[in-house]
Each structure stands twice: as C-alpha cells, then as structure tokens.
Design a protein around this ligand. Structure first.
Ligand code: FES
Length: 163
C-alpha cells in the first residue's frame, strides 16, 4: 500500500499532536523547580536560621521605603508549597537600615507605602503607620514587625523568622 493512506496520515498527525502535548507538559513539569530556583535564589539555611539575600545595599536609596518581595518554596515529600513575603527596606546609611514586614498587625493584609503622606496605609480597614512603623490611627494593635538584618560585602541579608 502507498504511505499516503489517509488513515496513516491522520494517525501520524494524532501522534504528533499527542507527543507535542506531552512534550510541553513535561517542559512545564520540569520547568517548575527552575522557576522556584530563580524566585528564591541562594537560600542559605544553617541551624534553622534563614538569611535571605536582598541584593546590594546600593539598590536601596537612602531614606526611601523600598518594597522587596521574595517567595520561599518548601518541599514536604511530594508536596511543594510557596509562600510570598514582602518587606519595606529603609536605608539610613551604609551600615544601617530598617526592615519592616508589610503585613498589617491588624488582620494581616498588606500595607503599602504612600509617598504623598509619608505613611504606610493598610487598604483593608484603613490602619495608618508612620515611617518608623508606629501606629498613627486605625485598628492595628501594634507597630509593624521588624526584621533583623546584616550587611556583608555590601549585600543586605534579611533574617527570616517563620511563625
Ligand atoms: S488588616 Fe490592616 S487594618 Fe485591618
């Protein structure tokens, strides 16, 4: 028989489609660890301590609260979970910064820095925090949480305390 039998052709097309679908699915699956690698690069874990590299200190302009976000992925057997974090970094000098969590101390919405009024404001129930993290108004029961940090070779590291 000729190889131009329409049945053969359609079967070949079918396999082509299936294999390209499986191929892209595999790419998707194999691609996942790569994505999380880029999302949370160089995570250093020693004795339960996690220091998150936040890049060169020079990335952070002096006196301007700057948002830095990162995602940590955790593997428990087959299960992988990702948690995202946001912090505001305020650089004061070459050796001193303040690092605030952007999690509102009321009910854990994310606060945002508003340059026009120089306050952190929570969109959920309108809590206002000053540049030093203290509560100005609204239902928040305490100031914004602070992260410990260290600066090594010009790179800023944040100390992650997981709760
Ligand atoms: S969660 Fe921020 S004010 Fe309620």
């Amino acid at each position: 028989m000729s190889s131009h039998n329409p049945h053969d052709l359609s079967r070949r097309d079918f396999f082509k489609i299936v294999s390209s679908f499986v191929g892209s699915l595999m790419g998707l699956i194999l691609g996942l660890p790569l994505i999380s690698y880029f999302v949370s690069p160089a995570l250093d874990e020693q004795g339960g301590e996690k220091w998150i590299p936040a890049g060169p200190l020079d990335n952070y302009p002096v006196g301007e609260p700057t948002l830095f976000t990162f995602t940590l992925t955790k593997q428990h057997g087959w299960e992988k979970t990702a948690q995202s974090y946001g912090v505001y970094i305020i650089r004061h000098s070459d050796t001193e910064v303040t690092v605030f969590s952007n999690v509102c101390t009321h009910l854990a919405c994310r606060v945002r820095w508003h340059d026009d009024v120089s306050e952190f404001i929570c969109p959920c129930h309108d809590a206002h925090f000053a540049e030093d993290g203290t509560v100005i108004s609204g239902p928040a029961p305490r100031p914004l949480d602070k992260y410990e940090y260290k600066i090594e070779d010009g790179t800023l590291y944040l100390h992650l305390v997981e709760g």
